[in-house]
Design a protein around this ligand. Structure first.
Ligand code: AMP
Length: 218
C-alpha cells in the first residue's frame, strides 16, 4: 500500500504518518526528515536545502524529487510506504505518478488531514522535534514523558527554526499557494480521503484506520 499524507504544516500529518507506518509495518518516508538529516550532516544537498528551509520556502522540485525517488527505490519500500511532506507541488505529484506508472504501480490513497489556519498557528509554537530520530511532540497536546527529551531515542527536543512564529505564516502562505492544489489533483484521481484534523490525535488516527480498512483491505 502506498499512501500520501496531505495537510498544512502543523496539521499533525507527521505524527499520523508515523502511527500508520508502525501499525501496518511500512516505512514512514518524510522528505522534511531526510532534508534535515542532510542539513545536519552538512551534505551538498543539505547546504542547498538549508537556505530555503530556514525561510519557510519549499526546496526546489528537482532536488526533492531525486531525493524521494532514491528513497522509495530502496528495498524496504517494496511493499509500500507512507509519504509525509511529499508531494508538495503539482510537478512533484506528476513526477511521482510518472515514475510509479513506468513500474506499473500507483498511489493507493491520499489522506488530507484538514485543519484551519488559526488552529495551526496555535499548534506550531508548541511543537518540539527530535533531532535524533525525527519524532515530533507538542508541549500541550502530545508531551514527551520527560520534558524536553525524546521518548524514542532520549535525544534533546528542539523548536525547529521553521516552526518559529516568523516562518509559520510564510509556510501557510506557501502551503495554500503551492500544496493545496494537490487536494484537487488527488480528488480528480479518485483517491482522496479527508479527515478532520482538529479532533484529538487518537480520534484522527481511528478515522484514518477506518479509511484504510475500507479502502485497502475489503
Ligand atoms: P516538513 O518537516 O515536512 O514540514 O518540512 C520542512 C521543510 O522542508 C519545508 O518547509 C520545506 O522547506 C522542506 N521540504 C520538505 N518536504 C518538501 C518537499 N516535498 N518539497 C519541497 N520542500 C520540502
Amino acid at each position: 500500500m502506498k499512501i500520501i499524507m496531505l495537510g498544512a504544516p502543523g496539521a499533525g500529518k507527521g505524527t499520523q504518518a508515523m502511527r500508520i507506518a508502525e501499525k501496518y509495518g511500512i516505512p514512514h518516508v518524510s522528505t522534511g526528515d531526510i532534508l534535515r538529516a542532510n542539513v545536519k550532516g552538512d551534505t551538498p544537498l543539505g547546504q542547498k536545502a538549508k537556505v530555503f528551509m530556514n525561510q519557510g520556502l519549499l526546496v526546489p522540485d528537482d532536488l526533492v524529487i531525486d531525493m524521494l525517488m532514491d528513497r522509495i527505490g530502496q528495498e524496504d519500500c517494496k511493499n509500500g510506504y507512507v509519504l509525509d511532506g511529499f508531494p508538495r507541488t503539482i510537478p512533484q505529484a506528476e513526477s511521482l505518478d510518472a515514475a510509479l506508472g513506468k513500474a506499473g504501480e500507483k498511489i493507493d490513497l491520499a489522506i488530507d488531514v484538514d485543519v484551519p489556519d488559526d488552529h495551526i498557528i496555535t499548534r506550531m509554537g508548541g511543537r518540539r522535534a527530535c533531532l535524533g530520530c525525527g519524532a515530533t511532540y507538542h508541549i500541550q497536546f502530545h508531551p514527551p514523558k520527560k520534558e524536553g527529551i525524546c521518548d524514542v531515542c532520549a535525544e534533546k527536543l528542539i523548536l525547529r527554526d521553521d516552526d518559529k512564529a516568523e516562518t509559520v505564516q510564510k509556510r501557510l502562505d506557501v502551503y495554500h499557494e503551492q500544496t493545496q492544489p494537490l487536494i484537487d489533483y488527488y480528488k480528480k484521481a479518485g483517491i482522496l480521503k479527508t479527515v478532520d484534523g482538529t479532533m484529538q490525535m487518537d480520534s484522527v488516527f481511528e478515522a484514518i484506520v477506518q479509511i484504510l480498512g475500507e479502502s485497502l483491505w475489503q
